[in-house]
Design a protein around this ligand. Sequence first.
Ligand SMILES: Nc1nc2c(ncn2[C@@H]2O[C@H](COP(=O)(O)OP(=O)(O)OP(=O)(O)O)[C@@H](O)[C@H]2O)c(=O)[nH]1
Length: 301
Amino acid sequence: MTEHRSGFAAFVGRPNVGKSTLMNALVGEKVAIMSSRPQTTRRAIRGIITRDDAQLIIVDTPGLHRPRTLLGERLNDVVRETFAEVDVIGFCLPADEKIGPGDAWIARELAQAKAPVVAIVTKVDKVSRDRVAEHLMKVSELGEFIDLVPVSSVEGIQVDVLTDVLIKHLPKGAALYPTGEVTDEPEDVMIAELIREAALEGVHDELPHSIAVIVEEMEERPQAEDDPRRPLLIIRAQLYVERDSQKGIIIGHGGERLKAVGAEARAGIERLLGRKVYLDLHIKIAKEWQRDPKQLGRMGF
Ligand SMILES: Nc1nc2c(ncn2[C@@H]2O[C@H](COP(=O)(O)OP(=O)(O)OP(=O)(O)O)[C@@H](O)[C@H]2O)c(=O)[nH]1
């Protein structure tokens, strides 16, 4: 009989390489907030795979990138802290993109990590077999990797193989979380992320980092007998932007865009919580908040 293993895995890679999608494919349930926009996964969200022989807890780290602002540095600190706590690291490199200086920079960072690094070539469905083989060769020259696994999260190719490989590198031990638990991210953080996602949708000219959302209050309201559709949960949230122009972009002409943002965020929150909500969303300008430690602290960084 094989011995039970348990532990933590984290994924790293440039923005948009498919980390969130991969984690969702591994866990088999939507726990991280997905987006086609880069750098939206800011907080560690855990997905948990529980099997008879193992428990794998996945920490989804923010995209590691070269710091330009204080926020960038804090993100990198979070990533390094995460590395120090995990048992295995998955380094994601998409098959349809050339290995670049950003990847080399991450590889150098990873060389200092204590945990073994599994190189994961993502999105293999997007290129030919030959290209995948070529890419695997190049990736293997990038650093010291304990394993090298090509996957496609979208087509479900080799996702189970990757699960086995990650588990192989976990220490022996009993399960750390009760069965059935999928994420331990607090509700208000997930709600704030859904609002941020909705606000960023289709905005091309501003960096996602210019937006932050805080859920300030969640208030239960008794259901009115005459109207069963009346919302039961009031969510008050504050959306922070840096400049007037950004506020304008989010609000849109005659407030149209803000309405759409609110509607989309609310739909997502209702799916998440499985109940009707009323979303009270306000926009505030927090000047240069990315560079101000006090403001960052207030926003939980
Ligand atoms: N064809 C294909 N597309 C994929 C695959 N995995 C992810 N994608 C797409 O790649 C884009 C980025 O995926 P994400 O999972 O959001 O990437 P991420 O690395 O988590 O991005 P950040 O949160 O910005 O760090 C999305 O549009 C996905 O649909 C895959 O296996 N095949």
